[in-house]
Ligand binder design. Structure first.
Ligand SMILES: Cc1cc2nc3c(=O)[nH]c(=O)nc-3n(C[C@H](O)[C@H](O)[C@H](O)COP(=O)(O)O)c2cc1C
Length: 281
């Protein structure tokens, strides 16, 4: 199993933390990580801020500002991006790179796009008028025993399950499932997408591989009845950015060279939003 798949498998949403302070050295590393992964494949720049509740105005946010969902975390990372095309995908891409780097350091995180006090966090990071605050994550050491809320959310969301390969990946058209033996060298790379986190574990990513070519079209299949937006934040487009990030990291590790291009297939796929195509050089 490739290294990146191991890290991807290791990452789980952590909602219960020990409350321990992070070592100075770890804080410095986090500072470096958020600075280095701040531009997505579509060119949008992400402005990450590290927030320590100890320094925050207590009348502004009742720590930790997550409606009781996160326990024991003092440190959060919030990210802002200018509201522009593919901003959500770039945000998802960059923040997932940050989250995987933190996972490698043995730290716990949890993607949060819904259940946090957005207004209060926005004030803390001085969100500009043209910016959006798509998501935040707590950062800290996992507590072995999960809180009741944490355990309940995992069960309700079916967090440990993922859709089957044949529901997500296709060959040439949306009616032909991609068989694992037809994935060739890309088996682990595609699998890395399937293992990714997504909002409410809805897994809206779909990939159509072209026959006999290492060309992969990424689509978003919106979940019916699931809110398309929270304010202006398109949560399932963040999920797509996460998928692109996993594909890219796994491809790089497998020595595959390619790039993201805009090459929408001519067929019109109802209910699916075309995002991007990965094409091997
Ligand atoms: C974009 C995004 C937004 C999310 N928002 C929330 C949230 O607001 N609150 C929460 O408790 N979990 C949130 N999650 C966590 C998901 O519920 C979780 O990733 C999913 O159930 C899979 O579980 P896992 O992360 O442990 O693999 C979010 C995940 C993603 C990717």
């Amino acid at each position: 199993m490739s290294f990146i798949i191991k890290v991807i498998r290791k990452r789980k949403s952590v909602r219960t933390y020990t409350g321990e302070d992070l070592k100075e050295e770890t804080l410095l590393k986090i500072g470096e990580i958020v600075k280095s992964f701040n531009r997505g494949p579509f060119g949008n720049e992400i402005r990450f801020s590290l927030l320590d509740f100890k320094d925050m105005k207590k009348d502004d946010i009742k720590p930790p500002g997550t409606y009781g969902i996160i326990r024991g975390a003092n440190l959060f990372i919030a990210g802002a991006v200018v509201d522009s095309p593919k901003a959500m995908e770039d945000f998802g891409y960059c923040m997932e790179r940050v989250i995987l780097a933190l996972t490698e350091l043995g730290l716990g995180t949890c993607w949060m796009a819904g259940t946090f006090q957005r207004g209060a966090f926005a004030r803390e990071i001085n969100l500009a008028e043209n910016e959006l605050l798509p998501a935040i994550t707590p950062v800290g050491y996992n507590k072995d025993k999960r809180s009741f809320v944490d355990r309940s959310l995992r069960v309700l969301g079916g967090s440990d399950n993922r859709k089957k390969w044949e529901e997500l990946f296709f060959l040439n058209d949306i009616n032909t499932p991609l068989q694992k033996q037809d994935a060739g060298d890309y088996l682990d790379i595609i699998e890395s997408v399937r293992l990714g986190p997504s909002a409410s574990n809805r897994q809206p990513w779909r990939i159509i591989k072209e026959n006999n070519q290492n060309v992969f079209h990424f689509y978003l299949k919106r979940t019916k009845g699931y809110p398309a937006k929270i304010g202006k934040v398109k949560v399932q487009n963040i999920d797509m950015g996460i998928a692109l990030c996993h594909f890219d990291l796994a491809a790089a590790e497998m020595g595959k060279q390619g790039k993201w291009i805009n090459n929408k297939p001519a067929v019109d796929l109802r209910e699916m939003e075309y995002i991007a195509t990965w094409s091997e050089y």
